[in-house]
Design a protein around this ligand. Structure first.
Ligand SMILES: *Cc1c(COP(=O)(O)O)cnc(C)c1O
Length: 420
């Protein structure tokens, strides 16, 4: 019996050598982890051969499923040519092609690459600050950000972030920002401080890490209007919302907004490789042009900036959108999700495109209700992660009707088993 209950040897090594993100490792080391070995479409398979539906798209990154042949082959083809060459002083094919595509899709002409959502936003913050220096307004140093915002885990992005649980421990490292909760707050802040403000950061349509909180309709357009009125930059963080997640290619499209700076990451490569992009307006880019000795250069870059494998994956991701009419088919699936959510009544639920959030109730965080529900869901073959008392369901777009039904039936059971 003891033999049978022994952990997988890799689980023991995981417990011995690893430190997982956003994880209380004491708790982690008390239970056997799921160790993923392979994946296909919306399914992940662990080292014991057990299959799970990937109901949070591998933390909001995967779009067309695992092992998609178009993306897989694009990465392999690129690997046969070259995996990586520096973007400092050199350029490369897929990075150029991808920049053109992103620029056409977003209406923003300049693409600066980095590696993940945090760095894409960090780049946006630094560009925005330096932009005003080049405009002869170096006194502008204040950023406006929203309550419960999440823009990443680096020092700069934590500064604009507003989630107490994640950010309070590191507050001594961060810079002060002007904090708004509503459009009225923003108006007041900008009326008082606009002359010292660099820009306003917002997650368009939905604040992800805050617990999938929806902005009121028109909020984004109103923020754009105020930024223009007060002549400050609008920095849109579409790390989560980009690439179809809210039902349109970009969330900004839904309120006809073009930001001054735009951060993209998670879905950029379809969830295959870490790559991010910060897109900038021509006006911002032009402000950095000058003679060498003026040192107007944007002093930022990473070892893997413009990585060919990542860019090849991202190009293939965009090709899948076109070839498989992904956005058209997604509208039907958004409808399925809406129907399934109705069945979870009387629980409070929210939906934005292909993102669903289910409120379990007002439990103390220590109770780990969300964690327990997700664990019960995992036993039913469905993987996702909670945000406190909120369970998030945001599957890859390739999920079938039957699979989506299994996700929501499993969730209803898990909630009954844990919450009652
Ligand atoms: C995930 C996320 C980030 C951070 O991206 P990482 O790739 O995890 O660094 C930033 N902004 C938003 C809105 C996100 O959801």
């Amino acid at each position: 019996m003891l033999e049978l209950n022994r952990m997988h040897p890799l689980a023991e090594k995981d417990h011995r050598f690893l430190w997982h993100p956003f994880t209380q490792m004491k708790q982690w080391m008390e239970e056997e982890p799921v160790i993923i070995e392979s994946g296909h479409e919306a399914i992940l398979v662990d080292v014991n051969g057990k299959e799970y539906l990937d109901a949070n798209s591998s933390i909001w990154t995967n779009l067309h499923g695992h092992g998609h042949p178009t993306i897989t082959h694009a990465i392999k083809d690129q690997l046969d040519k070259v995996a990586h060459s520096s973007f400092l002083g050199l350029s490369n094919l897929p990075a150029i092609e991808l920049a053109e595509k992103l620029s056409v899709l977003t209406g923003l002409p300049r693409v600066f690459y980095s590696d993940d959502g945090s760095t894409a936003m960090e780049v946006a913050l630094k560009m925005a600050l330096q932009y005003w220096q080049h405009c002869g307004q170096a006194w502008r140093t204040k950023f406006v950000a929203f309550t419960e915002a999440y823009h990443g885990d680096t020092i700069g992005t934590m500064s604009v972030g507003g989630i107490k649980l994640f950010h309070d421990a590191y507050r001594s490292l961060t810079f002060e920002v002007l904090r708004a909760s509503t459009a009225e707050d923003l108006q007041r802040l900008l009326q008082a401080h606009a002359g010292n403000v660099v820009g306003v950061c917002i997650e368009p349509l939905i604040q992800g890490a805050a617990g999938m909180k929806l902005w009121p309709a028109g909020m984004l357009a109103e923020v754009r209007r105020q930024c223009t009125e007060h002549n400050v930059l609008l920095i849109a963080d579409e790390v989560l919302t980009g690439f179809g997640r809210t039902g349109t290619m970009f969330a900004c499209e839904q309120e006809n907004v073009v930001p001054d700076l735009l951060a993209l990451a998670k879905g950029l490569t379809g969830g295959y490789l870490p790559l991010a992009a910060t897109l900038a307006s021509e006006q911002i880019f032009n402000a950095f042009l000058g003679e060498y000795h003026e040192f107007k250069t944007f002093f930022h870059g990473h070892s893997y900036t413009g990585n060919q494998l990542g860019c090849a994956a991202a190009l293939a991701n965009l090709r899948v959108f076109e070839e498989e009419k992904v956005l058209v088919k997604l509208q039907t699936k958004i409808g399925w999700m809406r129907e399934h959510l109705k069945k979870l009544a009387p629980l409070t639920t929210r939906q934005c495109g292909f993102i669903a959030a289910i409120e379990l109730g007002d439990f103390a965080l220590e109770k780990q209700m969300g964690v327990k529900v997700c664990r019960a869901l995992r036993e039913r073959g469905v993987l996702t992660r909670p945000i406190g008392n909120v369970v998030v369901i945001m599957p890859p777009y390739c999920i079938t009707e039957g699979q989506l039904a299994r996700v929501f039936d499993g969730l209803a059971e898990a909630v009954r088993a844990v919450v009652g």
